[in-house]
Write a protein that binds this ligand. Structure first.
Ligand SMILES: [Zn+2]
Length: 542
């Protein structure tokens, strides 16, 4: 009799020999993205977590994961987690970009919209994943076996759609007043949605003074920024929907929906694996509103710890094998006023001369052209030459634009689209990539700007202090580095300090369910999660 060991059996044999517990083929794959949860925040807080983020650290810990590309924003970041591809291939080059061929008068597009919808604009959008060029894990699983369920819930539409993809059974996201799904979906909402929406409305109607956790006392030091005091907790006023997004209640509500869907859809109970994506968005709003080093962020991260613990408990309750990966769409940077006080004196806000409108005016005068000459959603990243610039002048105007940017003391580099187009999409350790390589990884010749601008490190690209105080989006490591944690109950944990990438998540998870991916099809590589001599990637992913 011929005896042939299956890959799974061999993995078990190897793992027993090495003393490591083999990974059980999951029936539920859960991806949690904590928006703006940088590797720096993980390092600062990892020892104090008590709940879910503590439990995840008994699994496989990559404290130095990379969103490798330059455009460290929410939409591109989520697209890499779910597809295994860089934004250069997902087509999600930024949260917003310009498409001057659009029929509508607003030429700016939002990454998670469908601009062909009549009456839409970049601020009045119809949520859609149609800009995403590459399949997500959910899309692949669904194509392999239509019995798989794909569920995605997040605090932002772009997080829910970029994580979930094109073939989502249930997608829910916050629209500013309630959790909603895609326009035109007629099937009745699961009961949990109405319950959570009602509970949120009741919460927002009441004022609330958040309690300062004991662990966050040392972070509670007020810093004056304009007329605001940040660093200490403030009351959320009754009826303030915007402040809801920076309160603990926001991620709690998103988590409640995720848990309700795990329970009510009986995720993991079918014959094919189910995929659940969860986007916890409040950390990003807290980072933007208050920076990353005050009591607000401390309180928020303890809330994330609690919510992740609740998600794990709900997954335990299914009694089905599951695997969780937790990561972030990008890192973050504290507000320059506090960074300056804490040992980094070169931190500063953007010089208003670099605002796209001001750069554009200068060129319009110089070349005697109608303004705008330049179009850009931000004072860095993708800068577009307006179509109104005549062909005969375009190369001269572009050269002048580049020279003007490079003459600004806050600018580190400016690459033309032609330069990036000629480069290969980078590979190798992401921490060693050149600045140009980082830009190449989020460059799409059909969508990216004519000029791509990098500000110097520690420049916050916000001039005033009226709304957002701090942000991310730069090609620097504080915005690129994110933790990547894999966890299954009973897994033999290990920590690897060397860098891996968020594009590695999809092939790593696909291997666990024997979902084939052709070599060269994506940018990521399968990470072997077996800490011993076994190999969770198997031959088919080598
Ligand atoms: Zn953000």
């Amino acid at each position: 009799m011929q005896f042939r060991l299956t890959w799974a059996a061999m993995l078990t044999v190897f793992s027993v020999a090495s003393g490591a517990q083999p990974i059980t083929e999951p029936r539920i794959i859960v991806a949690i993205s904590v928006d703006q949860f940088s590797a720096d925040l993980f390092a600062e807080y990892r020892a104090v977590f008590k709940a879910g983020l503590r439990r995840l650290q008994t699994g496989i810990v990559f404290p130095d994961g990379y969103q490798s590309h330059a455009a460290t924003e929410t939409c591109p970041g989520h697209s890499t987690i779910s597809t295994g591809a860089y934004p250069a291939h997902t087509g999600i080059i930024a949260n917003e970009w310009y498409d001057q061929s659009l029929a509508r008068s607003d030429k700016k597009v939002y990454c998670a919209e469908d601009p062909t919808v009549a009456g839409s604009s970049s601020t009045n959008t119809t949520a859609s994943a149609q800009f995403l060029k590459t399949p997500t894990l959910g899309d692949r699983v669904k194509a392999a076996d239509s019995r798989s369920r794909v569920v995605s819930v997040a605090g932002k539409d772009r997080a829910a759609l970029m994580l979930g993809g094109h073939a989502i059974d249930q997608v829910w996201f916050w629209n500013g007043k309630s959790y909603v799904t895609l326009r035109g979906v007629v099937s009745p909402a699961p009961a949990i949605i109405d319950q959570v929406n009602a509970a949120v409305a009741a919460t927002v109607a009441r004022a609330e003074m958040p309690a300062l956790p004991e662990l966050c006392r040392s972070h509670a030091r007020a810093v004056a920024v304009g007329d605001k005091d940040v660093g200490v907790l403030h009351e959320r006023k009754a009826g303030d929907w915007s402040a809801f997004r920076t309160s603990l209640a926001f991620d709690r509500a998103t988590t409640d929906i995720a848990i309700g869907l795990i329970r009510d859809l009986h995720l993991g109970s079918g014959d094919a694996p189910d995929i659940l994506s969860i986007g916890l968005s409040a950390t990003d709003y807290v980072g933007h509103a208050f920076g990353t080093e005050g009591a607000e962020m401390c309180t928020q991260l303890l809330g994330v710890d609690d919510n992740v613990g609740r998600i794990l408990a709900a997954l335990d309750g299914t009694r089905r094998p599951f695997i969780v990966v937790l990561t972030a769409d990008h890192g973050g940077h504290d507000l320059p006023e506090r960074i300056k006080m804490r040992g980094i004196p070169d931190a500063e806000r953007l010089d208003a001369a670099l605002l796209p409108a001001n750069m554009s005016k200068q060129l319009a005068a110089e070349f005697n052209l109608p303004d705008p000459v330049l179009l850009a959603a931000a004072p860095f990243g993708d800068i577009y030459l307006a179509r109104t610039v005549p062909d005969g002048l375009r190369s001269r105007v572009l050269a002048a634009a580049r020279a003007h940017y490079l003459a600004q003391p806050q600018v580190a580099a400016a690459f033309t689209a032609d330069e990036l187009r000629r480069m290969r999409v980078p590979s190798g350790p992401a921490d060693e990539w050149s600045l140009a390589e980082r830009f190449r990884a989020s460059f799409d010749p059909g969508r990216s700007g004519d000029l791509l601008v990098a500000l110097k490190p520690h420049i916050t690209p916000i001039v005033g202090v009226d709304s957002y105080l701090a942000t991310h989006g730069s090609p620097w490591n504080y915005d690129r580095r994110v933790p990547i944690l894999f966890y299954q109950p009973g897994i033999s944990g290990f920590e690897q300090a060397l860098p891996v990438e968020t594009v590695d998540i999809l092939p790593t998870l696909a291997a666990l369910i024997h979902l084939p991916i052709s070599p060269g099809e994506i940018d990521g590589r399968c990470i072997d999660l077996d800490g011993g001599i076994g190999d969770s990637c198997g031959d088919e992913h080598r």
